[in-house]
Design a protein around this ligand. Structure first.
Ligand SMILES: Cc1ncc(C[n+]2csc(CCOP(=O)(O)OP(=O)(O)O)c2C)c(N)n1
Length: 730
C-alpha cells in the first residue's frame, strides 16, 4: 500500500483554492466573473441538494425509497463543475451529482423518483413536461462506463465541428476501472472536448484512496494519457467552478480533454445500505472535514460580500423546504410501473419471443397458467403487434437471378467492403471504427480503400482497445452518429464485455426508449483458418444472452450485403458475425445496386420432409453437403438471426419433418443449440419422431492448429447426427 504517498487525512493541498477553509477569500484570489444572483443561486442549490437528500434518506428509512446515495459534504464539486457548462452541453453522471442536476433544472421530483424505483417512461409520464438546457445521460450505475461513452460523445462533437462539451463525473475508486483508462486514452488520442471530473471523496465504499492507486494523486493519472490535469479543492465551489470553466473553455476551443480532480470527503455512508462505522474511524476526520463544509464556507464568503444575511438564509431555507415538500408530493403522485413495461424498449419491432413472453406474463398476472402453450401457437400473441416502435427500415431485396438486376461475383469479404462503401456514401452519420482498419483495410481487408475514399474522420483507426472502441462508439451513437465497428476477432470481444452489457445492450431500455444506439459491431468469428488461440472463437452465446441486441450471421455474399445494409440502417445495436472461414470461400452474383434483407427472417436453404437441420454461418455449407450425402430428405434452415430467433419458421419446419438436428461451431453446453432444442421440446415435442441432436464443437477450449480440423463441426459430424435421428425408433 502506498500510505506514505497519499493519505486520506491530509491529501496534498497544492490544489486550486479561492476560499480558505472558513470561506474567506484568499489573498490575491481571482474571483470568477459571476453575477451576484448567480452566486446566491449556487448557495441555494447546495442547500436544496442537502435538504432534498435528507428527505430522500427519510423516505428510504420509512420504506418509500429503496436506495439513496448522498453527496453530503461534496455538493460543491458537482455544482461548481456542471455550472461551468453551457446550453446544449452534455453531462455523463453517476449517483452522486444531484447538485448538478438541480443546477440545470432537473425537477426534484425526478430525482426522488430515481430512488423509488419506477422505470423511466413511467416517471416521464407522471411528471409535467420539463426541459433542461443541458443534456443528461442516464445516471450510470456500473462505474466508469460513462467515461468511455463521454469520450465518444466528445469525439463526435469534434468530428462534426460542434462546439459542445461533454463533462463526465467519476469517483476516485472508479478510476481503477478499465473504462476510465479507455475513456481517457481515447479522449487524449482524439483530442476530444471532454472534461473528466474526478469527485475524489477519498472512499470507494469501504476502500480508501490509497487502495486505488500508487500514484501520488488521481490527477496525475491523466499524465499517462497526455491529458492536462488539475487538482482543486472540491469543497470550494468557486475554485471548482473556476477550474472547470477553464477546462470547458479549453475543450470548446479545440484544446481537447482535461481531468479535474476535486478533493472532497464523503461525510456520510456510501449509500443507505452501507455502514461506514465498520471500516473507518471517521470521528476526528469528520470534524476536520465538517469545518471545511462547502455550504458553510460559501455562506461565509457570500456574507462577507453582503450578498447573504441571516434573514436571506432563512428565507432560502424556507423556500427550499417548500420546494422539497412539493416535490415529494409530486413524486408520490406518480403511479407504480405497469409490470408489463419490463418488456418495453429492448428491440424495435415485436419478435415472437417478446410477444410470447408478454403473453405468458400477462397470464401469470391474471392468475392463469402461463405454461400451457405446447405448440407455440396457442396464445394470442398478435395483440402485441405494433406495441412498441417499429423496426423502421425499408426492406427491399433484389433478386440476383432477375435479368434486369446487375450483379458482380463477390465473396463475403468483397460484399462487406462494398456494403460499407455504399452505406458510407448514403449516410454521412456513419463512421467506421476499429483496429488496423485504416491504411491496411483491416486484417481481413474488409475495409480496404475506405480510408482513402472517406478520410480519417470517418474511417477511424483507434487505439488497441475493444472496450474503448465499443464504449466510445456508444457515446457517438448517443450523439447522432451511426458507428460501425470492427472487432478484429470475435475471441477478442471479451475485453469489451463491460461496455457491451452495461451500455450497448442497456441504453435503450435504461432510458425508457429515449436514447437509441444505432450501431453495428462486426465480428469475424469461427475457426478453420489455422490461427493462434482466441482467433477462432464463436462467442455468440454471450451476445445472444444479452437482451437489447440483435445478433445476425450471414452465410453467403448475397446475404452479407443485404443484411449488413439493414443492420447499419436499423436503430438497434447489432452484432454482425462474419464467418471468416468462408470469407473468401466462394463467389456468387451479388446485385451491385442497393438492397436490404429482413433482419428477423430465417432462410430455408433446402426444403425436405424427413429432418430439419438448424444452422447458420459457415456451417450452412456443411449442412448442405451432409444433406446431399444422407439417405433422407433434409430441410436446411439457415437461422440468419440468432437473436431474436425466427421461431415460426423453425417450429413450422420441425413440425413438418418431425426430426431436428442443430449444427453449430460453438461449444455445446449452453450453445444456441441448447436453446433451439429446448424450443423444439417445448412447442413441438408431440411431433418429434426422435430426440433433437446437436452436432457442435466439444466443451473444450478451441484446440491447437494440428487438431483443429478434428475439433470443428463439419459435414461428416452433421451427417452422423442426421443419420442418428433418422434411424431412431421409439
Ligand atoms: C463496474 C462496477 N463495479 C462495482 C460496482 C459496485 N459499486 C458501486 S459504487 C462503488 C464504489 C465507487 O466508488 P467511487 O468511484 O470512489 O465513487 P463514490 O461512490 O465514492 O462516489 C462500487 C464498488 C459498480 N456499481 N460498478
Amino acid at each position: 500500500m502506498s500510505e506514505e504517498k497519499w493519505s486520506e487525512r491530509d491529501p496534498p493541498r497544492d490544489f486550486r483554492q479561492l476560499l480558505d477553509d472558513e470561506g474567506h477569500l484568499l489573498d490575491g484570489a481571482d474571483v470568477p466573473s459571476l453575477e451576484d444572483d448567480e452566486l446566491v443561486e449556487f448557495y441555494r442549490t447546495m442547500v436544496a441538494t442537502r435538504r432534498l437528500e435528507d428527505t430522500m434518506l427519510n423516505m428510504q428509512r420509512s420504506g418509500e425509497a429503496s436506495l439513496v446515495a448522498r453527496e453530503l459534504g461534496e455538493e460543491a464539486t458537482p455544482l461548481g463543475a456542471a455550472a461551468a457548462l453551457d446550453e446544449d452541453d452534455w453531462v455523463f453522471y453517476t449517483y452522486r451529482q444531484n447538485a448538478a442536476l438541480l443546477h440545470w433544472d432537473v425537477p426534484m421530483a425526478k430525482i426522488i423518483l430515481g430512488t423509488t424505483g419506477q422505470e423511466p417512461e413511467t416517471i416521464a409520464e407522471g411528471l409535467d413536461d420539463w426541459d433542461s438546457p443541458v443534456n443528461f445521460s442516464p445516471d450510470y450505475t456500473p462505474v466508469a462506463v460513462n467515461v468511455t461513452n463521454a469520450a465518444g460523445s466528445a469525439m463526435t462533437d469534434r468530428l462534426r465541428d460542434r462546439d459542445t462539451v461533454s463533462m463526465v463525473f467519476i469517483g476516485d475508486g472508479s478510476t481503477s476501472e478499465g473504462s476510465f483508462h479507455d475513456g481517457m486514452n481515447f479522449a487524449g488520442v482524439f483530442d476530444a472536448p471532454v472534461v473528466v471530473v474526478v469527485q475524489n471523496n477519498q472512499w470507494a465504499i469501504s476502500e480508501p484512496s490509497q487502495r486505488q492507486t500508487a500514484a501520488e494523486t488521481f490527477a496525475k493519472k491523466a499524465e499517462a494519457y497526455g491529458v492536462p490535469h488539475e487538482r482543486v479543492d472540491g469543497n470550494d465551489v468557486l475554485a471548482v467552478y473556476d477550474a472547470a470553466s477553464e477546462a470547458v473553455e479549453r475543450a470548446r476551443e479545440g484544446g481537447g480533454p482535461t481531468l479535474v480532480e476535486c478533493v472532497t470527503y464523503r461525510m456520510g455512508n456510501h449509500n443507505t445500505s452501507d455502514n461506514a462505522d465498520l471500516y473507518r474511524d471517521a470521528g476526528e476526520l469528520k470534524e476536520e472535514w465538517a469545518e471545511r463544509d462547502p455550504i458553510d464556507r460559501f455562506s461565509t464568503y457570500l456574507g462577507n460580500r453582503n450578498l447573504l444575511d441571516d434573514d436571506r438564509r432563512e428565507e432560502i431555507r424556507n423556500e427550499v423546504d417548500a420546494e422539497v415538500d412539493d416535490a415529494v408530493e409530486t413524486a408520490r403522485s406518480v403511479p407504480d410501473t405497469d409490470p408489463m413495461r419490463m418488456f418495453d424498449h429492448h428491440l424495435h419491432g415485436t419478435s415472437w419471443r417478446e410477444a410470447h413472453q408478454r403473453t405468458e406474463f400477462q397470464r401469470e398476472q391474471e392468475g392463469e397458467n402461463p405454461f400451457t402453450d405446447f405448440t407455440g401457437e396457442a396464445f394470442d400473441t398478435e395483440q402485441w403487434e405494433g406495441h412498441g416502435p417499429d423496426l423502421d427500415i425499408d426492406i427491399a431485396p433484389l433478386d440476383p437471378s432477375e435479368d434486369d438486376v446487375e450483379t458482380e461475383d463477390w465473396n463475403i469479404v468483397t460484399a462487406v467492403n462494398h456494403t460499407l462503401r455504399q452505406e458510407m456514401s448514403r449516410d454521412d452519420a456513419m463512421r467506421i471504427l476499429g483496429y488496423d482498419i485504416g491504411p491496411i483495410g483491416g486484417v481481413f481487408r474488409a475495409t480496404e480503400g475506405l480510408l482513402d475514399e472517406f478520410g480519417p474522420d470517418r474511417v477511424i483507426d483507434t487505439p488497441l482497445s475493444e472496450n474503448g472502441i465499443v464504449g466510445t462508439s456508444v457515446g457517438m451513437a448517443m450523439r447522432d452518429d451511426r458507428p460501425v465497428l470492427e472487432i478484429q476477432f470475435m475471441g477478442f470481444s471479451y475485453p469489451a464485455f463491460g461496455q457491451f452489457m452495461y451500455a450497448v445492450a442497456k441504453m435503450y431500455e435504461r432510458t425508457g426508449g429515449d436514447i437509441e444506439l444505432p450501431m453495428t459491431i462486426r465480428m469475424p468469428y469461427g475457426g478453420g483458418i489455422k490461427a493462434l488461440e482466441y482467433h477462432q472463437e464463436s462467442t455468440e452465446t454471450f451476445e445472444i444472452h444479452a437482451p437489447g441486441v440483435r445478433v445476425l450471421c450471414p452465410s453467403t455474399p448475397y446475404q452479407t450485403k443485404g443484411l449488413l445494409a439493414s443492420s447499419i440502417r436499423c436503430d438497434d445495436p447489432v452484432v454482425f458475425m462474419e464467418p471468416k472461414r468462408i470469407y473468401r470461400g466462394f463467389d456468387e452474383p451479388v446485385p451491385t445496386d442497393e438492397y436490404t434483407l429482413p433482419l428477423d427472417e430465417a432462410r430455408t436453404v433446402r426444403e425436405g420432409e424427413d429432418v430439419t437441420v438448424l444452422t447458420w454461418g459457415a456451417m450452412v455449407r456443411h449442412a448442405e453437403s451432409a444433406a446431399e450425402e444422407v439417405d433422407a430428405d433434409v430441410e436446411v434452415i439457415d437461422l440468419v438471426s440468432l437473436s431474436p430467433l425466427d421461431v415460426e419458421t423453425i417450429l413450422a419446419s420441425v413440425k413438418k419433418t418431425g426430426r431436428c438436428v442443430v449444427v453449430h461451431e460453438a461449444r455445446r453446453t449452453l450453445g444456441l443449440g441448447a436453446e433451439l432444442s429446448a424450443l423444439v421440446n417445448e412447442y413441438a415435442i408431440d411431433r418429434l419422431k426422435a430426440p433433437v441432436k446437436r452436432a457442435t464443437g466439444y466443451d473444450v477450449h478451441f484446440p491447437d492448429n494440428d487438431i483443429e480440423d478434428d475439433y470443428l463441426t463439419d459435414a461428416e459430424r452433421a451427417k452422423y447426427a442426421i443419420e442418428a435421428v433418422m434411424s431412431y425408433e421409439y
